[in-house]
Design a protein around this ligand. Structure first.
Ligand code: SF4
Length: 400
């Protein structure tokens, strides 16, 4: 059994398509001396707008290939052949692609005739100062917004009451969306307890190992989890290595000790081993619409052991509260939630909305406002060009 625990995170760090997107977008990561696979010098004038909708990954990029300047879209793949596999060949949405960026070289891609290909892996794979693990994928594309004041600061920094109102609405929008997705899964699976268990497990994985924990919960459903805590931990840690690691590699670096997967598995085993039905009954008895009920529910989660009040608060906001809403036990998302830890995207969004010298007390004491920061980050900041041009939040708030 010990070998399971020792080797579970031993796989080499993989490069994903998302890594290649970040490498393309961020001029500080992208190699400067690029050439196309045909050996023609390539200069990136503008990487384009990160497209979060359907279609090419980046819109309206400007590149110089040899002496020719081209403006158009950029598509990112791990392998050249992915162009065909992803069905872009007959899709007119890809007709404007001027550059195909890949990680692996080799294999021909039936890209549009005027489209060049560059293989970033050829320039980075052998560099000893490069490791994909050092790229904070959650930081893209918003981290590339400049540190200078953003247009939203002009709207909100002097109107804190207005901002609180906007954050509350944004937080509710985020959690209502989670509740709707839970309802859809209830209908699809017919097993509410398993849906709850999978969502809680994903929350145990925190952002870097959420998918792996979710896969683990699917691999060992709650009904198959041993009722004894130690046995449940052994079952989870072995499945983590023997089955999950192959499917969804565990992230080992840039994970704080408190979020280390093995530590989280101990808490998951303690919370769920033979206790899920009872846990659901106890949480249902808490009046989550009130501050007292939120605090009582957080205390129940903290009984699991090495979890911490802030992480428990995050689970309460992201899973327990939307779950109650999905079950119609809440009429609306409550106006106050236990505050979780202020994570990097929340902090950055707050800086942008309020300026660097703002007082975090405005939002840090209410988990719903923190959820609002995340919603603004995802809904507005992620999808814009680095100059924030056309930010829909600013326009809706009456700014220019
Ligand atoms: S995208 Fe909008 S909300 Fe985000 S930093 Fe730019 S102006 Fe502010």
């Amino acid at each position: 059994m010990n070998s399971c625990k020792q080797h579970v995170f031993a796989a080499p760090p993989p490069v994903s398509e998302r890594h290649v997107q970040a490498l393309w977008y961020d001029g500080t990561l992208r190699p400067g001396d690029l050439r196309t696979v045909d050996g023609v010098p390539l200069r990136v004038v503008d990487p384009g707008v990160w497209n979060l909708e359907a279609g090419p990954d980046f819109r309206n990029a400007v590149v110089e290939i040899g002496t020719q300047r081209r403006r158009g879209d950029v598509e990112i793949h791990l392998r050249a052949g992915d162009w065909l596999q992803h069905g872009h060949v007959r899709d007119p949405a890809y007709d404007r692609v001027v550059l195909h960026v890949t990680w692996f070289n080799g294999g021909s891609a039936p890209v549009p005739p005027s489209c060049a290909t560059v293989c970033l892996g050829d320039f980075l794979r052998t560099r000893t100062d490069f490791s994909p693990d050092e790229i904070d994928l959650a930081a893209y594309p918003y981290a590339c917004l400049p540190a200078t004041p953003r247009p939203c600061e002009g709207v909100f920094a002097r109107a804190p009451d207005f901002l609180v109102e906007v954050l509350r609405a944004a937080g509710r929008r985020r959690l209502e969306g989670k509740a709707r997705r839970l309802v859809a899964r209830f209908m699809r699976t017919g097993d509410r307890a398993q849906v709850f268990y999978e969502e809680m497990m994903a929350a145990f994985g925190y952002k870097r190992n959420a998918d792996s924990f979710r896969a683990l919960a699917a691999c060992i459903p709650w009904r198959e989890l041993p009722t004894d805590r130690a046995a449940a931990y052994e079952a989870l840690s072995c499945a983590a290595e023997l089955e999950v690691a192959r499917l969804v590699p565990w992230q080992r670096t840039n994970v704080r000790p408190a979020n280390a997967p093995l530590r989280r598995l101990v808490a998951a085993a303690a919370l769920f081993a033979g206790a899920l039905p009872e846990l659901l009954v106890r949480l249902s008895a808490c009046d989550l619409a009130s501050r007292e009920g939120q605090l009582a529910a957080r205390a129940i989660l903290c009984e699991a052991g090495p979890l911490g009040a802030r992480r428990a608060a995050a689970m309460l906001a992201n899973v327990v509260t939307p779950f109650a809403r999905a079950e119609n036990r809440l009429e609306t998302i409550p106006g106050w939630l236990c505050p979780e830890e202020v994570c990097a995207p929340m902090r950055l969004t707050a800086y942008r909305l309020l300026g660097r010298d703002h007082n975090p007390a405005l939002y840090a004491g209410n988990g719903l406002l923190l959820q609002g920061l995340l919603q603004i980050h995802r809904e507005f900041c992620l999808g814009v060009h680095p100059d924030c041009g056309g930010c829909a939040l600013v326009q809706a708030a009456g700014g220019s």
